[in-house]
Ligand binder design. Sequence first.
Ligand code: ADP
Length: 193
Amino acid sequence: MLNVVIFGAPGSGKGTQSELIIKEFGLDHISTGDVLRAEIKAGSELGKIANDYITKGQLVPDELIINILAKVLDSKKDSKGVIFDGFPRTIPQAEALKKMLNERGTDVTVMINLHVDEDELINRLLERGKKSGRSDDNLETIKSRLDVYHSQTAPLAEYYIKEGKHHAVKGVGTIEEIFGFIKEKIESLRVNP
Ligand code: ADP
């Protein structure tokens, strides 16, 4: 399986690039943010709990998100590979992901880390907020999300460097340019995993 973790701060373009990767390589997409927003929309118990965290710009507790992920992963059993978007976001989540994939006879193939500077991130998220209607795309929540990213999520880069799976990509430029770098990396791994 070709399992890609797409990684970066909020607003770094993970969702946009995921769509292109899926089209090119025929992977399945797991976005924990999308899963949570669907639960909120459906008004489920899980959605209600998640909503409290999301509107404050905080992370949903690891245990909850890991359980969700295990279920979603089981629904993708016959997949050629999965792109993980918005997961893992903490070290315990990365460890849980490794365990889950290992139990299914596979592992993360590569982690693509999209680099975008802070001012650009804030601009993009504010711009998105005008159309998305997302409760977390406002300046106050964006700032909390960026703080959470720096304190809890960014340390994952180290984790994947140690695993020998980290690949940095400049996340500023045209969507096609950025995708070009990602595509090149994934293709090189398919030839030489
Ligand atoms: P973004 O990358 O723009 O922050 P996402 O759609 O990935 O957007 O996530 C939105 C929110 O959903 C996060 O701020 C967080 O509250 C929650 N969330 C998503 N994925 C996770 C996760 N893996 N662990 C904890 N919380 C999560």
